[in-house]
Design a protein around this ligand. Structure first.
Ligand code: SAM
Length: 230
């Protein structure tokens, strides 16, 4: 196997999409192994409690450290990279997707409520690699969707997952295109509802097409993501 992934959540059903499409095929063909775990399996009280009120006061609940600690004792090892999705994490990027893809074992710890007691990350850091990562400047209800996003981005980069690996070299954020956004793409028919496919794409002139695409990439990046040009 290329990569083993475990996900811990109080809503394991959220991970059902992992069985679909390219990630599902990667599981079937043995490129990745995926385990989904219910955090409540590591609780010991009748109500299977995973949260409690925050020290210092304030609204909402915080996930208790003990079930997380026991879950990691069982699932993780020193060779694990623990990914904790959180809006206060470092931004997840294509280059982090590449890095995580070369890990041996990833564990995603999906928080809920106001997040996980901070000592879980601190304690895990003493015995494995821990990455606290955000998928964008907005707040979700839980880490499950963030984990799905990251897993899809990571797995599609693994050898054998995407039919034509060249498509990974030419897309947005790829090193092969200097990390620019992708140029616009077109297919048949040549004319559709009064909108035409740019003439140059019919020319068969590879250098001209490459130049046109490069210019469109720069244009769209300058307009939408000037921060990427630095
Ligand atoms: N109180 C936290 C804060 O203000 O930073 C927000 C907690 S959020 C309601 C609950 C959980 O959703 C988080 O623990 C995290 O697992 C997940 N989450 C929310 N937004 C996220 C984002 N942008 N990226 C990654 N995970 C996110």
């Amino acid at each position: 196997r290329e990569l083993n992934i475990d996900v811990v959540s109080i809503f394991p059903d959220y991970m059902a999409p992992l069985t679909l499409s390219l990630v599902g095929k990667a599981i079937e063909s043995g490129i990745i192994g995926v385990g989904v775990h219910d955090l409540r399996d590591w609780t010991h009280d009748r109500h299977r409690t995973v949260d409690d009120t925050p020290y210092g006061g304030g609204a909402g609940m915080v996930m208790k450290p003990e079930p997380w600690g026991e879950a990691l004792d069982e699932i993780a090892s020193a060779r694990t990279t623990l990914v904790i999705p959180t809006p206060s994490g470092i931004p997840f990027t294509q280059s982090i997707a590449h890095e995580l893809g070369s890990a041996e074992h990833l564990v995603f710890a999906c928080g809920r409520y106001e997040g996980i007691d901070a000592r879980v990350a601190a304690e895990a850091s003493t015995r494995m690699t821990v990455r606290e990562l955000s998928i964008g400047d907005f707040v979700l209800n839980g880490g499950e969707v963030a984990a799905l996003v990251m897993i899809e981005a990571i797995v599609r980069l693994l050898p054998g997952v995407i039919g034509n690996p060249e498509s990974l070299e030419e897309e947005s954020y790829a090193a092969g295109t200097d990390g620019l956004l992708e140029y616009p793409v077109y297919t048949k028919p040549p004319s559709w509802r009064g909108h035409e496919v740019p003439e140059v794409l019919f020319s068969g002139h590879h250098a001209k097409i490459a130049q046109w695409r490069r210019e469109r990439s720069l244009e769209v990046t300058r307009e939408r993501r000037p921060d990427l040009l630095k």
